[in-house]
Design a protein around this ligand. Structure first.
Ligand code: AMP
Length: 290
């Protein structure tokens, strides 16, 4: 697998592929790769050739007091995983390459970027939207692959793509989980064994909401209460938010009547984890994607 460190070189590769009328797939990541990332690669491999992955630990999406400096960076293992997954090239730019010293242009998707994750992590989505647009411009993919695990991020990128008339097709893939339901995340590496056990509270909370939904509960306060009850029962868990919102604008809803998300952000010890469940009304009941 080729490793590409400069924007100029990446653009040249992509120009060649486009001239050959090939379908370019992009899987953007921050590295510390796990089976969730590799599921995106597998899907891209089925639909595109070439498939490019990027690893870029984007400083603009981390707050001053967040975990940028201690974020895991197992580059050698990542390269091996991407090579095994037959990724055609890895785009691995430095922070200086992506953000030269006089960089001053940012993308801000208004409204949705201020809620939930955006409220807890001010500026986070500005950094995400900016880097994703830059990656789209550099790699010029026909298709780009994102995980449902970061549901609000996905919605913001979809909104940006529509508002700015981007050509790229966004492909959203289901959340990959451990056997006990914990969503795979690079941040799971921070959990000690006791915290790792406690972290299943997020999945249990979503399952509790699912159970209430299947019993006919549509009142979101009641569904939120069911999630809180599971989370409050876990001594190591501190809830940041546990909410039900509509799946388009991520605004609170009184009852579930259209596509919605149950969204969780929970601290387990010092590690902040997020998870979600997509809820879609169907045939008088609901189908959920966890
Ligand atoms: P990250 O490296 O955390 O920025 O994630 C890169 C991409 O992988 C994003 O589109 C994430 O939504 C996706 N992703 C992360 N964890 C998972 C997971 N457990 N299942 C599926 N996709 C995931």
């Amino acid at each position: 697998m080729e490793i590409i460190r400069t924007i100029g070189w990446m653009k040249e590769k992509t120009r060649e592929a486009r001239q050959e009328h090939r379908i370019i797939g992009l899987v953007p990541t921050m590295g510390a790769l796990h089976a969730g990332h590799l599921a995106l690669v597998d899907r891209a491999k089925k639909e595109c050739c070439p498939v490019y992955a990027s690893i870029f630990l984007n400083p603009t999406q981390f707050g001053a007091h967040e975990d940028l400096s201690k974020y895991p960076r197992p580059l050698e293992a990542d390269v091996e995983k991407l090579t095994t997954a037959r990724v055609d090239a890895l785009f691995l730019p430095s922070a200086e390459e992506m953000y030269p010293h006089d960089f001053s242009t940012y993308v801000h998707v208004e409204g949705i970027s201020e809620r939930l994750e955006g409220k807890s992590r001010p500026g986070h989505f500005r950094g995400v939207a900016t880097v994703v647009l830059k990656l789209f411009e550099i790699v010029q993919p026909h298709r780009a692959y994102f995980g449902r695990k970061d549901a609000q991020q996905v919605r913001i990128i979809q909104k940006m793509a529509r508002d700015l008339n981007l050509e790229v097709e966004l492909v959203i893939c289901p959340t990959v989980r451990e056997a006990d339901g914990l969503a795979l995340s690079s941040r799971n590496a921070y959990l000690n064994p006791e915290e790792r056990r406690a972290a299943t509270a997020l999945y249990r909370a979503l399952k509790a909401a699912e159970m209430d939904l299947s019993a006919g509960v549509v009142d979101t306060l009641e569904l939120q209460r069911a999630m809180r009850k599971e989370l409050d029962a876990e001594p190591l868990a501190r809830v940041d938010y546990a909410e039900i919102v509509d799946a388009e604008k991520f605004e609170p809803v009184i009852r579930v009547a259209r596509p919605s998300y149950a969204l969780l952000a929970v601290r387990i010890g010092t590690t902040r984890l997020i998870d979600n469940m997509l809820i879609e009304p169907k045939d008088g009941g609901f189908v959920v994607e966890l």
